[in-house]
Design a protein around this ligand. Structure first.
Ligand code: C2E
Ligand code: MG
Ligand code: MG
Length: 564
């Protein structure tokens, strides 16, 4: 080559941003580019590579760079030098001053009769990091940053293999938030998201180091506990999680009381697959939802049958609502002094083609958990309003009596409830002053802020609200001043105690005083004996309902009902 040509090729080589070295056919360095020189200077890497040095010897010393590792790079370069390969590339990483750096080694033959190769070491750290974060994202949930289903699957499989070898159990907990849909619907998706993030954090804090919390999607989370020695240990963890979730949450200025149902599956020695283990935990969760007191269930084989039953019930109830198998009955409320009917409580029954009349205790909860309570409640509301319009002022309740409809916690949190009530009243032509809504304290407790809003809107629409089952537990009195209620329904347990204890009488007396001060009507529930009527009247409670008078009746029987 001429002097000019050599200089020109050196300039060309310097133009390459990657570190570049040209080797001749024997592996001796013909030239190094600026990036190479700068890199060495910068990193103070003492390879001592100069023009004429043998590349292989230079990099194979004891303090050779870590990437070299000898074999792979050397073999690759040699294979191109000797013409056995047209090209060679290899990714490697070094631990530099700024952390891990990735390079791609490229080996290209020189199109020159003397042979030789061009080596380039291109910095690909950015690309590698991007790839890595893609992998992280592919395996994690965007919202909470928790492992997603794919990664959980992998971790469970791994844990199961490990546990099998060591004689430990792998425990999977399927966690489903209660009423999450209501939070989303009432407060918006941003609030729903905030709740999920908060729940994820609480879950993370309640498990042990080494356990995995992941999100399956929606409001479903999964906890993987490795090396659990007994079922008791699993229960301790479950209870800790439930307690952590129970704490009130402030989102967007609203107080929300989250709660969850948990299904637990333990990988036994017979070792089922990962998917089966998750499905078993899910089935146990489904049953835990049906249990108001114990919020978790542990999977065993008898539970599989129960789950199937419950699914069947859910299906039948859905069909029952669609096929008009529900009935509304009316229990008369009386003026206890005169015996005239002054109102009625509407209660629903399921007229099952095979099982006969089914009481609400046996299906309302299922309806709540499955969301069927909304169409069910809509159906009941429709029925009541149609009946009220039909009776108008000349019905059994006269023009001033109300029909009270029961509304459950889930319905109360549904954002469309108030509009639906107003619309149904309007379209049926029923008088809002003849409708009342019964809510329980539990309903008010769960979403105090939403409930206050709903109750205020009902009040301004002229629909009265009664607090149901008053005195059946909880710190009830505080609610009376906070929520705009027009009436309280003295729980039947309380009424039953009236004949037996002075304490009950004293409490009842103070409730009556308080109610009088707040201008609340008191309606006694579950009156079964004449003596109770007398006690109630003496206490100043003049309104009530109960089997002593009549059970809930079909509308025509209510119309014909007279106190005998
Ligand atoms: P609740 O609102 O406290 O309704 C009163 C319940 O007490 C009714 O039971 C009624 O039949 C019963 N009862 C009435 N008088 C007596 C008595 O003298 N002694 C005794 N031991 N019991 C008496 P029912 O109809 O089985 O309703 C049970 C619960 O189901 C209701 O309790 C209410 O919370 C719920 N429910 C009923 N209908 C509906 C509905 O349409 N929607 C919703 N969401 N819940 C409903
Ligand atoms: Mg009621
Ligand atoms: Mg009640």
């Amino acid at each position: 080559m001429s002097e000019v040509a050599v200089e020109l090729s050196a300039t060309l080589l310097d133009a390459i941003t990657a570190r570049a070295v040209v080797l001749d056919v024997d592996g001796a360095v013909v030239s190094l580019n600026r990036a190479w020189r700068d890199y060495e200077a910068l990193r103070r890497v003492r390879i001592g590579l100069g023009i004429g040095d043998n590349y292989f010897e230079a990099v194979s010393t004891d303090d050779a760079p870590a990437w070299w590792g000898g074999s792979r790079a050397a073999t690759g370069i040699l294979s191109v030098l000797t013409g056995r390969r047209a090209r060679f590339t290899m990714d490697y990483s070094v631990l530099g001053v700024d952390g891990e750096q990735w390079f791609e080694l490229g080996v290209e033959p020189l199109a020159h009769e003397a042979g030789g190769v061009l080596l380039t070491h291109t910095d690909i750290t950015d690309r590698k990091q991007a790839e890595e974060s893609l992998i992280v994202r592919a395996l994690h949930d965007d919202l909470t940053g928790l492992p997603n289903r794919a990664l959980l699957h992998d971790r469970i499989a791994h844990a199961m293999t490990k546990a099998g070898r060591r004689g430990h159990n792998t425990v999977v907990m399927f966690i489903d938030l209660d009423r999450f849909k209501m939070v989303n619907d009432s407060f918006g998706h941003a609030a729903g998201d905030a709740m999920l993030v908060a729940v994820a954090e609480r879950l993370r804090r309640s498990v042990r180091y080494g356990d995995t919390v992941g999100r399956l999607g929606g409001d479903e989370f999964l906890v993987l506990c490795e090396q659990v020695s007994s079922e008791h240990e699993a229960v301790v963890i479950v209870e800790r999680i439930l307690k952590a979730l129970d704490e009130p949450l402030r989102i967007d200025g609203q107080t929300i009381y989250p709660s969850a149902s948990i299904g637990v599956a333990v990988d036994s020695q017979e070792s089922v697959g990962v998917e089966t283990l998750i499905a078993n935990a899910d089935a146990a969760m489904y049953l835990a939802k049906g249990n108001a007191i114990r919020r978790y269930a542990i999977f065993d084989h008898s539970l599989a049958a129960k789950t199937a039953d419950r699914m069947q019930d859910e299906h039948e109830l859905r069909m029952a609502i669609e096929n008009d198998q529900l009935r509304v009955l009316y229990q008369p409320q009386l003026d206890l002094a005169t015996g005239t009917v002054v109102g009625a409580e509407a209660v629903v029954r399921w007229d099952h083609p095979v099982r006969g009349l089914i009481a609400p205790q046996d299906f309302i909860q299922l309806a709540e958990e499955t969301g069927l309570i909304v169409p069910l409640g809509r159906w009941v509301l429709d029925r009541i309003c149609t009946q009220l319009a039909d009776w108008a002022d000349s019905g059994p309740l006269g023009s001033a009596g109300r029909v009270w409809m029961n509304v459950s916690a889930t319905e109360l949190a549904s954002p469309s409830l108030v509009d639906r009530i107003i619309d149904t009243l309007a379209s049926s032509g029923a008088n809002p002053a003849q409708l009342g809504i019964e809510v329980t304290e539990v309903a008010l407790m769960h979403y105090p802020d939403v409930a206050a809003d709903v109750l205020a809107r009902l009040e301004s629409a002229g629909v009265a609200v009664a607090l149901d089952d008053f005195g059946s537990g909880h710190a009830s009195l505080a609610y009376l001043s906070r929520f705009p209620v027009a009436a309280i329904k003295l729980d039947r347990g309380f009424v039953a105690e009236l004949d037996s204890g002075d304490v009950a009488k004293a409490i009842a007396a103070s409730i009556v005083t308080l109610a009088g001060g707040l201008k609340l009507e008191v309606i006694a529930e579950g009156i079964e004996k004449e003596a109770q009527v007398e006690s109630l009247l003496r206490l100043g409670i003049s309104r009530g309902q109960g089997f002593f008078y009549a059970p809930a009746l079909p509308s025509d029987e209510l119309a014909a009902y007279r106190v005998s």
